[in-house]
Ligand binder design. Structure first.
Ligand code: SF4
Ligand code: SF4
Length: 357
């Protein structure tokens, strides 16, 4: 059996940025990304611009050297993400781009334009045939399919619904249209603990489906309306919202892996991944507040297999007996996305890692 080759470049976010940038350019070539990008390609760089108030998203400083490398291949890069399901400045392209500018992602800092891949309100999508056990087709954001090649830049974090979120999560959820995201989330429905709920109403302000009613003493979720986006759980400050994790998180991870398969099928041999193990937090970059960093910085992994990279994320973050998943959400088995991903042909958990100095 051929083991998947991955490359690791160690660095800390505290290192000098010009040193990090030259290492990233070197890693781009070492990982063979200069042969993924062809002359005259339109190339998408998938990233995450960070929810308002977040302190851990990947800054424009890490993207700019990759823009340069793509241009040196004779291609035209654009920097991209999709709109989110929940109420947020990132739920439409106009506010999303304005927030990206506020977070330092501009033409001047990136050297490329920002294009939100699923259009102004998240409805621009292409159905990709995957013929997988759950979905026959998946809904992927149009401009990721329009692009000839893609470089995905992922920030690894813990994740409240999948234990940890890295490459598979960034492509499966992060490159789907709103319809694709809805399909993935439809397996999980939360409940509000009426004894803990203070009836503050914050969850109902954020709920994108108007699925929360405020009663006399507590709030309640209307199951039939709930789309399972998880936003109420993220915004509740009183620990009053719970998911039925055991029943749902494996299915959610399987859905994410199938949507990731849609991207891999559509861009066979034309997609490369950088997954950053720096500024790692318990919560993902969608949760709108500052977070403490829970692990020492490690660096960045590069490769073309999302399953192998996410296995390496778990292995490399196992520093004091617990990996990023176990440190963040020990009750959630985040490895289902790897097991299921391997089963449906998304990639292999068996890898070898070469350090790039
Ligand atoms: S945010 Fe939490 S405490 Fe406030 S109404 Fe919703 S469930 Fe209750
Ligand atoms: S009630 Fe359902 S739809 Fe509304 S925020 Fe919570 S998970 Fe999302």
């Amino acid at each position: 059996m051929i083991r998947t080759k991955l490359w690791l470049m160690k660095f800390s976010a505290k290192d000098q940025i010009n040193q990090i940038q030259s290492k990233l350019k070197k890693l781009f070539n070492q990982a063979g990304f200069d042969s993924i990008i062809k002359k005259h390609d339109i190339t998408a760089i998938k990233t995450h611009f960070g929810e308002k108030g977040v302190n851990s998203y990947l800054s424009a400083d890490y993207i700019e050297p990759i823009v340069r490398k793509i241009k040196s291949c004779g291609a035209k890069p654009f920097v991209s993400d999709t709109n989110v399901l929940y109420k947020s400045l990132r739920d439409n392209a106009i506010d999303h781009i304005a927030l990206a500018h506020e977070h330092g992602f501009t033409y001047e800092t990136l050297g490329a334009n920002i294009i939100i891949a699923d259009g102004i309100v998240g409805k621009n999508e292409v159905e990709i045939d995957i013929d997988a056990p759950i979905n026959k087709t998946v809904s992927i954001a149009t401009e990721f399919i329009t692009a000839n090649s893609i470089i995905v830049m992922t920030h690894a974090t813990g994740h409240l619904a999948t234990g940890f979120g890295a490459t598979i999560k960034n492509i499966g959820m992060g490159m789907s249209s709103k319809k694709g995201k809805l399909t993935q989330h439809s397996v999980s429905k939360p409940i509000i603990n009426s004894r803990k709920c203070t009836n503050c109403g914050v969850c109902s302000q954020w709920c994108p489906a108007d699925a929360i009613t405020i009663k006399k003493d507590y709030s309640e979720i209307i199951n039939e309306k709930c789309i399972g986006c998880g936003e109420c759980l993220a915004v509740c400050r009183f620990d009053s919202v719970n998911f039925r994790w055991n029943a749902t998180n494996n299915k959610l991870q399987q859905q994410i892996a199938e949507h990731a398969l849609g991207i891999i099928r559509a861009k066979t041999n034309r997609i490369g991944f950088f997954t950053f193990l720096i500024n790692m937090t318990k919560q993902c970059d969608c949760i709108p507040h500052k977070s403490d960093f829970i692990l020492e910085d490690i660096g960045v992994i590069a490769g073309t297999d999302p399953v192998a990279i996410d296995q390496a994320v778990l292995d490399l973050t196992k520093m004091q007996g617990q990996n990023i998943n176990e440190l963040s959400f020990p009750g959630i088995d985040g490895e289902e996305q790897l097991r299921y991903g391997e089963k449906i042909g998304l990639g292999s958990r068996d890898y070898i890692l070469e350090e790039v100095k």
